[in-house]
Design a binder for this molecule. Structure first.
Ligand SMILES: CC(C)(COP(=O)(O)OP(=O)(O)OC[C@H]1O[C@@H](n2cnc3c(N)ncnc32)[C@H](O)[C@@H]1OP(=O)(O)O)[C@@H](O)C(=O)NCCC(=O)NCCS
Length: 382
């Protein structure tokens, strides 16, 4: 016998981006590129870089605490914590387990979800299943990445694109009208190795040779990825809208994964959907992978672009050919975000391992961190 499902709505949201900025001008000093090329091909002007003491889990915990405060909840009200990430602090334990400890939650189930840039939207889907079926009442879904720790800063094809940060939502079960309307997830195996990190896991464990060959850094076939992203973002979004009995005309704001402004412009043209109703903040953060949709969502609310009753479409595409879209009707009071004021990195501490500390900060960016005028001033970057 079919059981009736609960409704699921966003009750809390929050984001965190580290302070340090990596500008196009700085990249010009590191690789053969220029501001004009980066701006016209990607729309990116700068990205944020995590400080040495920051990790995916620490940024995730700040964004998570902000989302919990916005929802008017306490950390222990959360029953489920999902962190979408491709850059967890360690292969194990999960970043989610570290986040759970850092925010002082006692009873939630916590795990990471590996769907690359679609990780947040996939996490939303999984949490939705828990909440709709009554297995949980409040879920914390986070997208968090430290992309600077898997980026080859001598590869101009990738190092101009990515940045660090975290975003989160609290999803709550509710029988009130509104909230989540329809969700679609897809995985296209045509893109399996279009973006990948060859070594450092079970198929090619890290060795001196894999490190010497830079196989622990991300690699990407940009043109191929671009075309597939345009196609999959479109088809996945349309399918989520169909499941919601909506068309693009009904959507007040699309909050997409911020991979490349040109991808979004191409999509808007093909779908005949105005760019004025697409939220874009890629110029400030670059591609923050799983963090990009929840960071964009938080900013869209803060900028007054989302009001109660608005119909919103979240849509993402990522490595492994993953894509996902969520159509929802916004129900929360945008002013609730003020409840998170004052929450920051000082409020979280990731459990110490007891190991001798190492700096995880990319050596190639050290000159920016210390405020030198260029990489030469510090000697050649690695
Ligand atoms: C990476 C990307 C910006 C490259 O843009 P593009 O217009 O496709 O450019 P191409 O790869 O065709 O390269 C064109 C030229 O620019 C050069 N180029 C690449 N990166 C450059 C850079 N940072 N600065 C200057 N020139 C660069 C290339 O070497 C190439 O030179 P050539 O013609 O002499 O061989 C684009 O393919 C892209 O955004 N792809 C999708 C990436 C993405 O979204 N990934 C994550 C998905 S979640």
């Amino acid at each position: 016998m079919a059981r009736s499902l609960m409704g699921v709505r966003v009750t809390g949201w929050g984001a965190y981006a580290p302070d340090l900025k990596l500008t196009n001008a700085a990249l010009e000093q590191m690789v053969d590129t220029n501001d004009e090329w980066i701006m016209t091909r990607t729309g990116i002007s700068e990205r944020r870089i995590a400080a040495p003491e920051e990790t995916t889990a620490s940024m995730a915990a700040v964004a998570g605490l902000r989302a919990i405060a916005t929802a008017g909840l306490a950390p222990d009200d959360i029953d489920l914590i999902i962190v979408g990430t491709l850059t967890p602090d360690y292969p194990l334990p999960s970043a989610a387990a570290l986040v759970k400890e850092a925010i002082g939650n006692k009873h939630a189930a916590a795990f990471d979800l590996a769907a690359a840039c679609s990780g947040f939207v996939y996490g939303y889907r999984v949490a939705h299943g828990y909440l709709a079926s009554g297995l949980a009442k409040h879920a914390l879904v986070i997208g968090a990445e430290t992309m600077s720790r898997c980026t080859d800063f001598s590869d101009r094809g990738t190092c101009v694109l990515f940045g660090d940060g975290a975003g989160a939502v609290v999803l709550s079960a509710s029988d009130e009208p509104g909230g989540t309307l329809g969700i679609e997830l897809t995985t296209d195996t045509a893109a399996t190795y279009s973006i990948w990190i060859p070594a450092g896991a079970a198929a090619r464990p890290a060795t001196a040779a894999t490190v010497a060959a830079s196989e622990h850094f991300m690699r990407m076939r940009g043109g191929e990825t671009f075309k597939l992203a345009v196609r999959k973002l479109g088809s996945t979004a349309i399918r989520a809208l169909e499941k919601s009995n909506m068309t693009l005309d009904d959507v007040d704001l699309v909050v997409p994964h911020q991979a490349n402004a040109r991808i979004l412009e191409a999509l808007s043209k093909i779908q005949n959907f105005p760019m004025e109703r697409v939220f874009v903040n890629i110029h400030k953060y670059g591609n923050t992978s799983a963090a990009s949709v929840p960071i964009a969502l938080s900013e869209a609310v803060a900028e007054g672009r989302i009001k109660p009753g608005d119909r919103i479409l979240l849509v993402a595409f990522g490595a492994g050919g993953t894509a996902g879209a969520v159509a929802l009707q916004w129900t929360a009071n945008p002013d609730d975000r003020l409840r998170a004021d004052g929450i920051g990195p000082k409020d979280v501490r990731i459990l110490d391992t007891g190991l001798e500390p190492v700096s995880p900060f990319p050596p190639a960016l050290e000159w920016i961190r210390v405020g030198a005028s260029g990489p030469e001033a510090k000697g050649s970057p690695e």
